[in-house]
Design a binder for this molecule. Structure first.
Ligand SMILES: [Zn+2]
Length: 155
């Protein structure tokens, strides 16, 4: 019983229709700042394979999270609800990695039914620096934040 109630205490989120785009993740109850909300699950993939996987239609690269210099986690493959958390340029959550496992944390107090977001900070997979125009064309952002930088790619 003890273990079960602990799991329920971790049950913070619900997937639903997003105003940003498609599906999103919403707070089912008030979430205090600093709360570890959910693990970001997915297959661990060598980064050097990602462009080939993209070309073969295996991944869209949108749900790829950097784990370290050589490995990424692709939420599109065996991911959990965490992959439905939308990107925002002014997010209320952030991903931190502990013991090689990424978790989504609340960066502020989040009220019930607020949509959760984090900054995807996508990297250019080819290793070549993209121009601003290329960044916006390849991975556009329409998050609606006042300071939207118009692309999911990190500055
Ligand atoms: Zn944006």
């Amino acid at each position: 019983m003890q273990a079960k109630s602990k799991v329920q205490n971790r049950d913070f989120i619900r997937v639903g229709k997003s105003k940003i785009q498609g599906q999103g993740v919403f707070a089912k109850r008030n979430i205090p700042k600093g709360t570890r909300i959910i693990e970001y699950c997915g297959d661990r993939v060598p980064k050097r394979d990602l462009l080939v996987d993209f070309a073969n239609g295996i991944t869209s690269l949108i749900y790829v999270l950097n784990l370290n210099d050589s490995i990424a986690i692709d939420g599109e493959r065996n991911g959990n609800d965490a992959r439905f958390v939308n990107h925002c340029c002014q997010p209320n959550c952030e991903v931190y990695i502990f013991d090689n496992i990424p978790y989504i944390y609340a960066m502020e107090n989040i009220s019930r039914w607020t949509e959760l977001t984090f900054d995807y900070k996508l990297q250019s997979m080819s290793g070549k620096r993209l121009s601003k125009k290329e960044r916006i064309e390849l991975f556009p952002c329409k998050c609606g934040a006042k300071k939207c930088r118009a692309t999911l790619i990190a500055q």
